[in-house]
Ligand binder design. Structure first.
Ligand SMILES: C[S@@+](CC[C@H](N)C(=O)[O-])C[C@H]1O[C@@H](n2cnc3c(N)ncnc32)[C@H](O)[C@@H]1O
Length: 332
């Protein structure tokens, strides 16, 4: 399959420095096509007749634009919009400043070859730098039904707040640690945001810019010279429903007779569990579980009570020592 970047290159005034200049930022890592495919296929019904916005996506490098343009007909999309952010950070590459931010609009195949051709993709200039928070990008946000992207982690909280404010559906990739933000936990507790289908453990590979230092384990350079790193704790976050998240977690451990395995917190009337699989089947009170519990969370089986803090608003502790962040849950 021809990569969409070739098409865009052919049409827009490409500037290698656009990509290079961004490399100064650690936010620059690009989602693999296979990870996007593995996730989106669980939501196909949600996409029919919808306008999709990828609002942190330089179409020259983004596999999100690539995926949705090539699968436009199969998903039955109405419209695809991608905005490209122009980094104003000129400390490394001063000529980058002259590059214009653009957005792309694709409304599907016109010539019957089922491929997004250059003449079928509209490239439009943005007035500003393509910041997803800018007025013109918010206008595009208003127009869309579903936001799908990998936003910069440094702005993840703000990103989620904005799409919630505009009441949009979303499917975004980020780091599980984001749920430690109280704003995000609140959304999970209220069943307005949950984890996606396909990633629940291990790490995932992301492409990084050419000047990215490759010192982490598992990083590699492919035969074309593209660099990749592996990132732990990656998850999809969404408010698109899917069947599997309504399946009960099967529990087999018992509290009765094993009380010693379930210490109580000093500052909350709850027992501690270190592994989700050890949640006792016969305990009806509050239970503290690790945040990876959310990978198995069925909102009909459990309710989320509180995050991290005891009655005294200090971190949950056992005999004066704090285990890792815990989510307090209760069986429904
Ligand atoms: C983690 S990367 C992911 C890129 C792309 N979505 C992908 O997955 O391949 C985040 C992207 O957001 C862009 N970005 C950073 N700040 C932004 C902002 N305020 N508005 C829009 N995009 C931004 C970065 O330049 C970067 O390319």
């Amino acid at each position: 399959m021809r990569h969409i970047s070739n098409i865009i290159m052919a049409k827009s005034s490409s500037n290698r420095n656009l990509h290079s200049a961004k490399t100064s930022k650690k936010d620059e890592f690009y989602t693999q096509l296979s990870d996007i495919e593995k996730e989106v296929r669980h939501y196909k019904d949600h996409f029919r007749g919808k306008v999709v916005l990828c609002n942190c996506d330089d179409p020259r490098v983004s596999n999100f634009f690539h995926y949705f343009s090539y699968n436009f007909e199969q998903l039955g999309l109405k419209k695809l919009i991608a905005t490209c952010y122009k980094n104003q950070n000129t400390d490394l590459f001063s000529d980058h400043k002259s590059e214009e931010a653009v957005y792309l609009v694709y409304t599907g195949d016109k010539n019957g070859d089922n491929i997004p051709n250059p003449e079928e993709i509209g490239i439009k200039k943005l007035k500003g730098d393509g910041d997803f928070r800018s007025k013109e990008c918010i206008e595009l946000l208003k127009e869309c039904d579903i936001v799908v992207t990998n936003p910069p982690f440094s702005l993840f909280r703000e990103f989620v707040e904005l799409i919630m404010e505009y009441d949009k559906k979303f499917l975004i990739i980020g780091n599980l640690n984001a749920i430690t933000y109280k704003e995000l936990f609140k959304l999970i507790k209220e069943n307005k945001l949950w984890l996606g289908y396909s990633i629940h453990s291990g790490d995932r590979e992301f492409m990084v810019p050419s000047d990215y230092p490759l010192n982490a384990a598992g990083s590699r350079i492919d035969e074309k010279g593209n660099k990749f790193i592996r990132v732990k704790g990656v998850r999809w976050f969404t408010n698109l429903d899917y069947t599997e998240r309504h399946e009960d977690l099967i529990l087999y451990k018992t509290y009765k007779g094993n009380e010693i395995d379930y210490p109580r917190y000093d500052n909350y009337n709850a027992i501690n569990v270190d592994k989700t699989k050890d949640i006792p089947v016969d305990y009806d009170g509050v239970i503290g579980v690790p945040i990876t519990f959310l990978d198995k969370f069925n909102p009909s089986q459990f309710e989320l009570v509180k995050f991290r803090k005891g009655e005294d608003d200090k971190d949950l502790s056992i005999n004066g020592r704090c285990p890792y962040f815990r989510i307090l849950i209760r069986k429904k």
